[in-house]
Write a protein that binds this ligand. Structure first.
Ligand code: BG6
Length: 469
């Protein structure tokens, strides 16, 4: 159990251990996040990389230099030197108690280490058990990467194992979307402005569209992706969390679980997906990616229609789509309002008459779509969008925020056991090959069936980075 200081706050972690130190995630996300924590927040605890590559510390340092270089950080300066000085390395097999004895030795006097498991999910239970046996888990925190389980049953089984060794408040399940500035921006805009809340419901909202488009393919992640697919890779976690932030009730009270409680309530109210409202797609050429099985029917695109069974949202269709090899890379959320109850000006009113748009990438913006009168004698209008705020993409990488929070024992931006369970509950009925798979051309907006699925609530509104409307 993590010790609570006299002032009621949890004791900060006094060492960082990251398993999978030689892997891809460490290179892409962890080293840059650690560097920024050192540079901006004065991180000064030992940082111990663990892997089973037969490496020495110098090789790990070399990897860190490579990673930082790829992120535009030169191998010089006080923060860089401090990071190098904090780095340690333990090599060994995760099944071998000797590896964990060496880790315990390296931890020295540390009483509250933070263990970050950036390893394949099949190793989560093994590492957690070994940490407990070697006493490395005493007073410690555990950070777990997604995917958390492969379906609802396996996620529950994994939870049961982890909870044997770590209490829930010491487990930090990462969904990096929750650490993203633009996702925090949705939450902030909703509850810092009294104008949104009165219209954020079934009376005024016609439908919601969430789009996560990526123009790149599966590339060098064929083996991982072919066991995952778009539903498990981004819908079950990132996009459902975005939906929760967009539609949850206002956090109340002073409990630090208030926000997570609201997200959990919302996710528990989402109706499990109906296969009739799901379109799966695969881009042409996916089978040529190294690591992908011949004849694979794994989806690289998914579009769904969801419903939330609550008084606030009953009857409001929520459309979510995500795909690889689409025409561009951009993510956004569009909240579409109902048309006015009467056509005062007798013109042809479009299917809906206004929206709020939150763009998550490449830039971060909030836009208000409204209809304004076109100049001239006739009362005829056109659609326009007011950009309420626009800023360049996130400058604080989500992993920096999340690692810093976990070290301080702040769990708000992590998923909780009940949230993960609620998320699997939603997607469980459509996992694997329940829904047909349609091919789509690379560079298109996915299979035509997705347009049919949205039907009269559509069309899908494609992100238009930098543009309006
Ligand atoms: C990851 C998925 O979790 O999120 C990737 O595994 C996806 O497939 C990525 O590309 C998207 O994250 P971001 O932060 O680039 O939008």
């Amino acid at each position: 159990m993590t010790e609570v200081r006299g002032d009621g706050a949890a004791a900060p972690s006094d060492a960082i251990v990251f398993f999978g130190a030689t892997g891809d995630l460490a290179k892409k996300q962890i080293f840059p996040a650690l560097y920024r924590l050192v540079a901006e927040q004065d991180l000064s605890v030992p940082i111990i990389g663990v892997a089973r590559q037969g490496w020495q510390l110098d090789q790990l340092k070399g990897r860190a230099v490579e990673s930082l270089k790829a992120h535009g950080v030169a191998a010089e300066g006080a923060a860089f030197n401090q990071l190098m000085q904090l780095l340690r390395y333990v090599d060994g097999d995760y099944n071998d108690p000797a590896t964990f004895a060496a880790l315990r030795h390296e931890l020295g006097t540390s009483r509250h280490p933070l263990h970050y498991l950036a390893v394949p999910p099949s190793l989560f239970s093994t590492v957690a058990a070994q940490l407990a046996k070697s006493h490395c888990a005493d007073g410690a925190r555990l950070v777990i990467e997604k995917p958390f389980g492969h379906d609802r049953v396996s996620a529950r089984a994994l939870d049961a194992v982890l909870l044997r060794y770590f209490p829930e408040e010491s487990i930090f399940r990462i969904d990096h979307y929750l650490g993203k500035e633009p996702v925090q921006n949705i939450l902030y805009s909703r509850f810092a402005n009294p104008v949104f809340e009165p219209i954020w419901n079934r009376t005024y909202i016609h439908s919601v569209q969430i789009t996560m488009a990526e123009d790149f393919g599966v590339d060098d992640r064929g083996r991982f992706y072919d066991e995952t697919g778009a539903i498990r890779d981004v819908l079950q976690n990132h996009l459902l969390q975005v939906l929760a932030v967009l539609t949850m009730g206002p956090p109340t009270g002073e409990e630090n679980e208030a926000e997570r409680d609201q997200r959990a309530d919302l996710l528990k109210a989402v109706r499990p997906l109906d296969p009739a409202h799901v379109v799966r797609g695969q881009y042409e050429g996916y089978h040529d990616v190294p690591g992908v099985r011949a004849g694979s029917t794994v989806e690289t695109f998914v579009a769904v229609r969801l419903e939330i069974d609550s008084w606030r949202w009953a009857g409001v269709p929520i459309y979510i789509r995500a795909g690889k090899r689409l025409p561009l890379t951009a993510s956004e959320v569009l909240v579409i309002f109902k048309r006015p109850p009467r056509e005062t000006f007798g013109e042809i009113v479009p299917a809906y008459s206004g929206h709020v748009r939150f763009t998550l990438s490449p830039d971060v913006s909030v836009g208000l779509g409204v209809r304004v009168k076109a100049p001239g004698e006739r009362m005829i209008g056109r659609d326009t969008e007011l950009i309420l705020s626009r800023q360049a993409g996130e400058d604080r990488p989500p992993y920096q925020r999340l690692l810093g929070d976990a070290m301080r024992g702040v769990g708000e931006l992590f998923t909780r056991s009940d949230l993960v369970d609620a998320q699997w509950r939603i997607v469980d009925p459509i996992l694997d090959n329940v829904c047909p798979l349609y091919l789509y051309a690379a560079g298109s907006w996915g299979p035509a069936e997705a347009a049919e699925m949205i039907g009269r609530d559509g069309p899908w509104r494609n992100p238009n980075p930098g543009g309006t409307g």
